[in-house]
Design a protein around this ligand. Structure first.
Ligand SMILES: Cc1ncc(COP(=O)(O)OP(=O)(O)O)c(N)n1
Ligand SMILES: Cc1nc(C(=O)O)sc1CCOP(=O)(O)O
Ligand SMILES: [Mg+2]
Length: 206
C-alpha cells in the first residue's frame, strides 16, 4: 500500500473550473495526493475519464490518486483508493470493494466516529470542517484546530484535516499533529494555482 501523502488536492469540478490543469499545477508544486471529487451532476463516464487523466498525472509525479464516493470508478481506473463519508458506503463495505491494500479514507468529525472508522478498516481519517468553508454546503460548524486535535489524539492512523484550509492555517493544523491537509478552494480558485500550492509546500513538517 502506498503511504498517505501530506498535501492532498481535492478536485474542484464546479462549472468553469479546470480540474486537470489545477491538479497538474499542484503536483508540480509538490502536492503528493490528488482526490478526484466529482460533483453529483458529473456522470460516471465523465468521472472515470477525469480519473484516468488525473491518475496519469499522479503517476508521472509519483503521487497517489484517490476517488471520492464512487469507489467503482476508483477500481475501474486503477486508482490508489477512495474516500467515503456518512452518505457513502459504510467503511467496512468500502474496504471490501477496494480490497485490503488500497488507501481508504473516511470522514470523521469526532473521536467516536474516528475510532469506529479505524476499526472498520480506514487507512486515514478526513477530519473537519477545520475552518468555515463555502466550497461545500450543509456542513456542521467548524471544529477548529482543537477539534481536529481531539481526533488526532484518539487514533493511531493518519489524520487529514479539511475545510477552509489555507497555507497559514495549515501550519496551525500541522502544529496539533495532523499528518496532512486537504485543500480545494485555496488552490483551485487562486489566480495562480501553482503559486498557491507552492505556499503549502513550505509549511509541511519535514
Ligand atoms: C480528505 C477528505 N476528508 C473529508 C472529505 C469529505 O468526504 P465526504 O464526507 O464523503 O463528503 P463529500 O466529499 O462526498 O461531499 C473528503 N472528500 N476528503
Ligand atoms: C469536500 C469537503 N468536505 C468537508 C468536510 O468537512 O466533510 S469540507 C470540504 C470542502 C473543502 O474545501 P475548501 O478547501 O475549499 O474549504
Ligand atoms: Mg462522500
Amino acid at each position: 500500500m502506498r503511504t498517505v501523502g501530506r498535501l492532498h488536492l481535492i478536485t474542484d469540478t464546479r462549472p468553469g473550473r479546470d480540474a486537470v490543469a489545477v491538479a497538474a499545477a499542484a503536483l508540480q508544486a509538490g502536492f503528493d495526493t490528488v482526490q478526484v471529487r466529482p460533483e453529483d451532476a458529473v456522470t460516471d463516464r465523465e468521472a472515470y475519464e477525469l480519473t484516468v487523466r488525473i491518475l496519469e498525472l499522479c503517476r508521472r509525479h509519483g503521487a497517489a490518486c484517490l476517488v471520492n464516493d464512487r469507489l467503482h470508478v476508483a477500481v475501474a481506473a486503477g486508482a490508489d483508493g477512495g474516500h467515503v463519508g456518512a452518505d457513502d458506503l459504510p467503511v467496512a463495505a468500502a474496504r471490501r470493494v477496494l480490497g485490503p491494500d488500497a488507501i481508504l479514507g473516511a470522514t470523521a468529525r469526532n473521536a467516536v466516529q474516528a475510532r469506529r472508522a479505524v476499526a472498520d478498516g480506514a487507512t486515514y481519517l478526513g477530519v473537519g470542517p477545520a475552518f468555515a468553508t463555502t466550497t461545500k454546503t450543509g456542513l456542521p460548524d467548524a471544529i477548529g484546530p482543537a477539534g481536529v486535535q481531539a481526533v488526532v489524539e484518539a487514533v493511531d492512523v493518519p489524520v487529514v484535516a479539511i475545510g477552509g484550509v489555507t497555507a497559514a492555517r495549515a501550519a496551525e493544523l500541522f502544529a496539533v499533529g495532523v499528518h496532512a491537509v486537504a485543500v480545494v478552494g485555496a488552490v483551485s480558485t487562486a489566480v495562480d494555482p501553482g503559486a498557491a500550492a507552492a505556499a503549502f509546500f513550505t509549511v509541511v513538517p519535514r
